[in-house]
Structures are given as C-alpha cells and as structure tokens.
Design a protein around this ligand. Structure first.
Ligand code: GLA
Length: 591
C-alpha cells in the first residue's frame, strides 16, 4: 500500500535541495567521538548507557505550510473575483516571493447541492468560466488561475453531513448539507480531480452528530489517500476540530496515514468583512496569546506534523503594528502554519514588512520542524521560549513580556542548551541587527505586551548520548545488534515487523529535545511509533537518509509524566519496515 508517508518523501527530497542552499551547516557531518561503551563491552544501567555528544547530519523536515485563507476577511462572501484579487495580491505584495504558497478557499464556496449521483454542484455565477473553453460552475477554473500564478490551491469541507454554515452561519441564512459525510470518497476524489492541493476538514457537523473524531478523520485520511492514489495528486490534510478532542494525541498517525496539521483551538476572531454587518468586529491581542498558548504541544510536532493555532490575524482590524510583530513572532517560534487571514489587497506597507520578514519566516520554517518550549518564567508573565535550529549552535529565542509594564527579561545560555563557558552572538530579528557577543546570558528590556525575537549562536552544550546497541536497552521480536560501518558506535539495531527497541535512559525530569540518529536506506519515510514511559504512542516519520549507510538525524521533543528510576523510549514499526537506530542524543537545556 502506498502510504501517506511515501508521498512525503518526494517533498522532503525537494526541500533538501531547496533549503540546503541557505543552510550550509547542514552539509557537513561531525562524527561522534569513538564509543567508550563499545570499548568497555556490556552495560547494565541507564546511566552507564550514556555517551558523549554527537553532532548530526540533520535530515530536512517538510516545513509548515504558508499561505492565505478566505475565511477571516470574506466569510461566506467568497467567490471567483475575491480569489482572483487575493491571488494577484499575494504575488504583487511580495508574499509569494517570501514563501507564501497556498490560496485556501474556506467555507462559503458551496451551497450544499449535489446531483442525483451525489456529485457536488457549485453555483455557476459564483464560480464562472475564466477563460475560453472553460465551463461555468467548475472549480477547476479557479484552481487553474491559482496554479497559473505559481501558487497552490486549498478547499474546505466538513466531516459531518451539514457544516458550520448550517449550525452557526456567519453571514447569510443557514445552509444545509455542506459537509462530506456519506460522500468522503466521492468528494475528496473530486477535490483532487479539480486540482486542489490542500483540504481543510472542519468539525461542526461531526460535533453536532457526536461522531468520534479519531475514527471519522481516519476514514477521511483513507478517502484522501485513495483520491491521491487515483489522481497521483497530493492533498495536504488539515484537521479543524479546534483542539476539542486533543488531536495532537492521534492526528499524526490518524488512520495509519496521518494528517499534516491540526487546529489546537477555536477561531482567533470571527470574520471581519468590509461593507457587511461584520465590518466593525476587531481582532484582539488577548485572543492571539490565548491561541498561542493552546497550540503548544511540542511532543506531537515533529517530522512534518504541525500544531495549528489558527489563521493569523496579522494586518486585521484591532491589532497595532507592534502587536502584529508579536503575533508573527509567536507563530514563528512555534513553527506554526503561517496562513494569513487579512484582506491582501488592503495590507499596509508595515504589515507587508512584518509578514515577509525573511529572518522571522526562517525561524518558522526551520528544517528541524519542531516547536519551542517555555524554558523560563522568573516572574508571572515574563517568559523565555526557545527551540534549537538546524544550524549547530543556533537557537531561536523569544523574550515575551505579557505584563502591563516594561520589564527586563534574561535568557541564559544554560537554559537554552548552550555551553555557558563560551560566548554567543545575539541577533534581534525585527531590528535586523547583530547585537554582538555575550557571555553566559543576554538581558533586554521588553516593553509592556511586547516581545523580542532573537537568534542566538553559540556552542551547543554536550548532549547525552545513548547507543541503540547498548545492552542496557530492551530488544524484542528478534531485534539484534548488527554491524554498521558508518555508525560511530559500529553497531545499529533495525526495527520493524515484530522487532522493536526500547531505550532505557536516565529519568526524564524535564521536557527534552532528542536527536535520533538512524539509517533509512529506502526511498520513502518509515513510520514508527514511539511511546515514552508507556504513554500513548506518537507516530514519527523517519525520512530516507540516502542510498548508502550514512547516519541521519531527526529531532523530536519528549516529556514524561511518571519518570521513576529510569525512563523508556520504546520504538516499534508494527507490520512494516522500520529504521536502523544508531543512537539518540538528549540535548542539554533547562526546558
Ligand atoms: C470554523 C473554523 C474556521 C472557519 C469556519 C467556517 O469556525 O474554525 O476556521 O473554517 O468554521 O465556517
């Protein structure tokens, strides 16, 4: 069976080519010091399984999507003219060049009608022919327009029979039957045949019908997968249950196929549509902060799966430029999807500069694909958030002042995983300035309700390394140490089918970023389950590491709820081929 992960491989390979050009440090591999464990032979306790640090050959991860959605500024007044205008503005504003790619048509595109065979019928006036030879009422017309400008197209439906425009219509009367329930195969195939590249699946109907989200979205994942197989066309899958059913615990592997992103909260703002009764609504900064907080589930965000705190409201009524900068900083440090909700034809110069700041976008799109964690909050509301970047020694840091008075916030090298005996350079991304070299800490005065987004480059503190083939670990189902010439330890453990590997490590007392060093010689990612200290497993994709035996690395975040005298990281790939593990490195830092 062609798994969803297989399709991800092509994207990852393409990204590897695209991004390596500006991440030169990814091009070299620093091999770990030779293993003292191998020299000493058998190990028996978690602590004796520890090794010194290894630097990694980071495998680039598919970054979060960037684009625009029609909902926040057009609600269900969306039509062909709106989409053409916004698509053009995405290009002329410079946003396309900055990386924004998707033009997503949200609710309001369909009035719930089907023909006798159940095929979706769309309003021919709303979606007319745009060129000679096209038929009115055919959504492939607008897709062709979007693709013609070098962009990708997104569409929207609901998991239930009736969608949000029936249960909670925004503008206009309630509309029945705008969901896909009962028509999953037919609708997702149609979306792919129309040429759409992205589908958002809402939960208004699913919610009202008391459907089970994990089961329902699994069916949808299968329908999307079948549509992709038939058409050969990738449909990026966005789940929208507003975080009600903890999708971060099941969406990365939903249906054994996986969703790409999942909403973690409700809408930041109800639509603000010019010249309608909705025109006086405002976005609020409190709403932005609340969605950011609800979006933090770092243990689920890895290897191409993303928490989605909602479309951004940057540039919409109600936020100042300073607040827009903080908003963009919060989404960037989270590695969140950057889907803009503002009317692109009316963006101010300041808003365009905020949305297209290349340093800030690079923090969001960083090839580790992980989410920041809060490393310090010395006083309520004074927070330090950080995540490691793909470049060795690079860390993105957000100093966030949520209080109503200016305050000093300090970040220490120690808490973000840098060697505190070495100096590090600090760059302020919004100021576009190198601030110089500092030893062990950096402190800034942050205005009330404001933030500073920094990239700090220093020397990574030593990670704690555990070899896969250590006898402290537990092997089952026939997994066994095998020789590995390219492995610093000389040995690896392949899992998959019945074979599994459980690392036994010192107790996890804090949130920890973990690099996994592995080999995947195939051309598609291996889907593997990880359970930390017996908790519910998460699905991790191990992308190909190249044809040969070169060891590659991905980074994830782990947390334990019940660390005892040791912690366990149990990897398995039931029924399928899995990767060969060389070792794991627990990164330093007071997370
Ligand atoms: C829900 C979603 C929004 C939008 C609307 C459309 O509220 O969360 O993002 O798609 O439905 O009705």
């Amino acid at each position: 069976m062609l798994k969803r992960s297989v399709r991800a491989a092509a994207g990852i390979a393409a990204l590897a080519v695209g991004f390596l050009s500006f991440v030169p440090s990814l091009l070299f591999t620093v091999v770990a010091p030779s293993s003292f464990e191998a020299a000493q032979g058998m190990q028996s306790s978690p602590s004796s399984n520890q090794q010194t640090e290894s630097k990694a050959n980071q495998i680039p991860i598919t970054p979060p999507p960037m684009g625009w959605s029609s909902w926040n500024s057009f609600s269900n007044t969306v039509d062909s003219n709106v989409i053409m205008q916004q698509t053009k503005a995405l290009v002329s504003s410079g946003m396309k060049k900055a990386g924004y790619q998707y033009v997503n048509i949200d609710e309001g595109w369909w009035l719930g009608e089907r023909d006798q065979s159940g095929n979706i019928l769309v309003d021919a006036k709303q979606w007319p022919a745009l060129q000679p030879g096209e038929q009115p009422g055919d959504m492939s017309n607008i897709v062709r327009f979007i693709h013609g400008l070098g962009l990708k197209a997104g569409i929207y439906t609901d998991a239930g029979e009736a969608g949000c425009s029936f249960y909670g219509p925004d503008l206009g009367p309630p509309i029945l039957h705008t969901g896909s329930e009962g028509h999953y195969d037919q609708d997702f195939l149609k979306f792919a045949q129309w040429g759409f590249d992205y589908v958002k699946v809402d939960w208004c109907g699913g919610n009202k019908e008391n459907l089970d989200p994990a089961a329902q979205y699994a069916e949808i994942a299968h329908a999307i997968h079948r549509a992709e197989k038939i058409t050969g066309h990738r449909l990026y899958f966005s789940i929208c249950d507003w975080g009600n059913n903890s999708p971060w615990t099941w969406a990365p592997g939903v249906g054994g196929i996986a969703a790409d992103i999942w909403r973690t909260s409700g809408d930041i703002v109800a639509p603000i549509v010019a010249n309608t009764p909705n025109s006086s609504r405002s976005a609020s900064f409190a709403g932005v902060l609340s969605n950011f907080d609800q979006g933090i589930h770092p243990q689920a965000q890895h290897t191409g799966f993303y928490n989605d705190p909602d479309m951004m409201v940057v540039g919409m009524q109600g936020l100042s430029d300073a607040q827009n900068r903080v908003h963009m900083s919060l989404w960037a440090i989270s590695g969140a999807p950057l889907i803009v909700g503002a009317d692109l034809s009316k963006l101010s110069k300041a808003t365009i500069e905020i949305l297209t700041n290349p340093d800030v976008i690079a923090v969001d799109q960083n090839l580790l694909g992980i989410q920041a964690i809060k490393v310090d909050e010395p006083l309520p509301g004074l927070q330090v958030w950080s995540k490691p970047l793909a470049t060795p020694g690079g860390h993105a840091v957000l100093l966030l002042n949520r209080t109503s008075a200016p305050a000093k916030i300090e970040v220490s090298w120690n808490e973000i995983g840098l060697d505190s005996s070495a100096s590090a350079t600090v760059r302020n991304l919004w100021a576009g300035k190198e601030l110089g070299s500092y030893s062990s800490t950096y402190t800034a005065t942050i205005p009330a309700s404001d933030a500073a987004l920094l990239v700090i480059h220093g020397t990574d503190a030593k990670a704690t390394r555990y070899e896969a083939a250590s006898s402290a670990n537990e092997l089952s189902g026939g997994a066994t140490p095998e020789p590995c010439e390219t492995c610093p330890s000389g040995r690896s453990i392949t899992i998959g089918g019945e074979r599994s590997l459980t690392f036994k490590i010192a107790p996890l007392k804090r949130s920890t970023f973990v690099q996994i060093h592995y080999i995947n010689r195939s051309t598609s990612p291996h889907t593997t389950q990880l359970s930390v200290d017996g908790q519910m497993p998460t699905d991790i994709l191990f992308p190909p590491t190249g044809g040969g035996d070169e060891v590659g690395s991905i980074t994830i975040e782990v947390e334990s709820k019940q660390a005892g005298s040791e912690s366990t990281l149990a990897f398995s790939s039931p029924g399928v081929t899995g990767p060969a593990f060389e070792s794991i490195s627990l990164l330093a830092g007071a997370h």
